[in-house]
Design a protein around this ligand. Sequence first.
Ligand code: ISL
Length: 567
Amino acid sequence: PADAPWWTRAVVYQVYPRSFQDSDGDGIGDLGGVLQRLDHLADLGVDVVWLSPVYPSPQADNGYDISDYQDVDPLFGTLEQLDELVAGLHARGVKLVMDLVVNHTSDEHPWFVESRSSPDSPKRDWYWWRPPRAGLAPGDPGAEPTNWHGFFSGSTWELDEASGEYYLHLFDRRQPDLNWENPEVRQAVYAMMRWWLDRGVDGFRMDVINLISKDVGPDGELHDGPPLPGLPYGDATASVVCGPRIHEFLQEMHREVFTGRREQLLLVGETPGATVEDALLFTDPARGELDMVFQFEHVGLDFEGSKFHPRPLRMRDLKASFGRWQTGLADVGWNSLYWDNHDQPRAVSRFGDDSPRHRRDSATCLATLLHLHRGTPYVYQGEEIGMANFPFTDLAQFRDVESINHQVQAVAHGADPDEVFAALRRMSRDNARTPVQWDASPSAGFTTGTPWLEVNPDHAEWNAAAQRDDPASVLAHHRRLIALRHEDPVVALGSFTMLLPDHDQVYAFTRGLDGDTLLVVCNLGAEEQDLAGLLPETVGAEVVLGNLPEDDPAVLRPWEARVLRLP
Ligand code: ISL
């Protein structure tokens, strides 16, 4: 345990700068704003900040469309402010991890502008250009080179009128995919990464990094995917998720960029669609790829097929999923632990109960459950104060390209607009992107101007200022959970055993290390539970941490969480 990597004891905090803190009144958060709030992060006790993209960008996908990898967008500030941020965090013992978005660039990146300029461009092959399907003319219905459906609805192919060829974009049409088959592309990316490390940053959160290798044949062939129900498209998964050269590319990146400095860094890959088996390969330290991954299984259990077809979550599925990941990475590899990020609805609304009666208790219960697993916990801005989904009443309130495109496509294909709206309300990424609620003032202390996305009206009650000095607050509870991981080796490194796998409301497990055992028990529901009956060993055990004032040890109250030390 003494020689376990530092990040086994660490907690990461994600800053989505657009919504964190505005310092210049334009209604959009910026680096000046992050600099004003460093003490909030230090007070929480986190070890690392992951900063979502601040690079120059046309903002088609809120900065995940980058037009210059080595600068800061004036919207967010300056490179000097980024240096100040690194210094300010380091002074507080906190590391800074940058978002690395290299599956695609913006269509305004000079590489793509050059690539698009002519089929003979030396950078043509830096992206995925293909002629129309054999026998069809550019723009004909069905002429796209493959039938793939994009993450943000519609085809993954955009026609370039000038050349009559299509380019690939797994996300928005303004996010063309880089061709990682081309060694020049890879070297350009590695050089950029080294430049950031030389500047003092402490690692990367690698956006959709498991999509960079596409299943391409020797003559450049790409293959149609199986048809998707109700849509004139096919599923691209088999061709783009964890493709044939993914591990080769990551090992090469590791050799070229991280050699000699890996120990101090944090390398986390966002890997949608990755299985436990994939994750083992990505995170086995002997293979030299990544430290940990974000996997998506547990955030894919409350919908059918696509995220906009929600269905109720079954507790058994959640336990089976978490349990499989805990077991699968028990000896080799490491996992990230998260409920929330800028792409997911708010956890307290989705997995908890955001009604006034249960909001505080369910937020702290979910946090306890997550932080007591084995893995590195991630706290997404606002999660630490129990921020909830936004009460959307009108389509015009949405800003996210994913939500807007989905609405248009679903309705065009015959879906009921009210049902589509209800799904957006529940699953839209904008739920997580409303401004952080710092205080009870009109724009929640986020901006003096008009916020780019509406502030949740509940901020009058739910805000950081109201919680800062309240030991019973969601914020104070996060502080305690983070401190516990720092102090207690069982929390960081203990083995995991799931208890009561079939119970539909109580989530319980043990963590054990060197004869020391913690039992964690969480009531994920509004009914009281007979704890003494379910887990007799809990009676009389020492309470290490709980989310409610101590009372009858035999009873688990609604949304109560307890961490107990077994004798
Ligand atoms: O948001 C999602 C859930 O529907 C995912 O499909 C998401 O698009 C996917 O996890 C990739 O996310 C990352 O890359 C995207 C960007 O829009 C996301 O914000 C980012 O986290 C493209 O860069």
